[in-house]
Write a protein that binds this ligand. Structure first.
Ligand code: ZN
Ligand code: ZN
Length: 341
């Protein structure tokens, strides 16, 4: 099968490899569309270690090519269009038994710990695929994987109707958080980014107010919240500076949802405010299977618009170019989708 194979950091080739095969507990999917993500960029660069050769890609949809012979209850059959949940779990360990399968230490991620979707075929556990309603377009559907991660995070943060939610960073995840916060009944959703284009997109997708970081954001948010600050601050930027800002913008008794992936080990933060405000801090790593049906419904009923977050659709063979685009600062670049057909 055709595959984009990473042979070593920054050494990506289009080549022919043996077809992916599925065991008795797996399903084989012919990948038609995939999404390129910051995690792929980090794997490509060697910042996230993997074993080589590796086929990356964890946001993918396709057509079921074959299903395990002994599986009748999967809810899909050969020829169905499906999305693959790339988060693997063992089903046996403590975490799997207590419903935290996304934290399974024996699990992993397709496209990082096992070959993923930047190829013609991918195999996945039978319970890791979800049928896609035909109303959801091929270009949009891979984004549902990203959305499940945001949805899981907001479940952990316990979003309540009537709250004021601030989202720092309005890339794809930030725009999804804006829409999901509105869907859970937030009274006000406020977005912060330096990009005018992304501010206007967030407003189009439901943000009530947006600010550039250069504005007096702290003061503006106080004005909008009776002097208190935000109930929930979601940091999608993942830097020490934005984490500090999140602590400052939250009201006493508020919550922080840390959605950027922080890799710093040392930094200056207003720890006293964290204590004095009695802030709850939530981190989210990966979605659960149960997030998929919920997110598919949100797309289907129009609660979440994925279309306006797609800026580029490229052929699979241009994966390297797509990954390099993620490395450039470009406000107009949002989600890059690869078409495998
Ligand atoms: Zn991703
Ligand atoms: Zn497990």
């Amino acid at each position: 099968m055709k595959a984009m194979v990473l042979r070593a950091p920054s050494d990506l080739v289009e080549t022919i490899v043996d077809d992916a095969t599925a065991s008795a507990e797996e399903v084989l999917v012919r990948v038609t569309h995939s999404g390129v993500c910051g995690t792929d960029l980090k794997i490509y660069r060697g910042d996230i270690p993997v074993t080589y050769p590796r086929i990356m890609g964890h946001e993918m949809i396709g057509i079921v090519e074959s299903v395990a012979a002994d599986d009748d209850g999967a809810g899909y059959c050969v020829g169905d269009r499906v999305i693959v949940n790339p988060v693997l779990s063992c089903g046996q360990c403590f975490y799997c038994r207590v419903g935290q399968e996304n934290l399974c230490p024996n699990g992993g991620l397709l496209g990082r710990d096992r070959d993923g979707g930047f190829s013609a075929l991918v195999s996945a556990p039978v319970d890791a695929v979800f049928q896609l309603p035909e109303q959801i377009s091929n270009d949009c559907a891979p984004l549902i994987q990203v959305m499940t991660t945001c949805h899981h995070a907001q479940q952990l943060a316990g979003m309540q109707a009537g709250e004021t939610v601030v989202v720092i960073g309005l890339g794809v995840s930030g725009q999804l958080h804006v829409q999901l916060a509105k869907a859970s009944g937030a009274a006000q959703v406020i977005g912060i980014t330096g990009s005018a284009m992304r501010r206007s997109l967030a407003e189009q997708l439901g943000a009530d107010q947006t600010f550039a970081p250069s504005e007096d954001v702290d003061n503006e948010i106080r004005k909008l919240t009776g002097g208190r600050g935000a109930d929930v601050v979601i940091d999608c930027a993942g830097s020490m500076a934005t984490l500090k800002q999140a602590i400052e913008l939250a009201r006493p008794g508020g919550r922080l949802l840390l959605f950027g992936i922080y890799t710093d080990e040392i930094g200056r933060l207003p720890f006293y405010q964290l204590y004095f405000k009695e802030l709850a801090v939530t981190n989210a790593r990966a979605a659960k299977a149960s997030d998929y049906p919920a997110c598919i419904d949100f797309v289907l009923d129009g609660t979440v618009d994925l279309d306006s977050m797609i800026s580029h659709v490229l052929p699979l063979s241009q994966l390297e170019q797509a990954i390099r685009m993620l490395d450039e600062r470009d406000d107009a670049r949002m989600k890059v989708i690869l078409d495998h057909t």
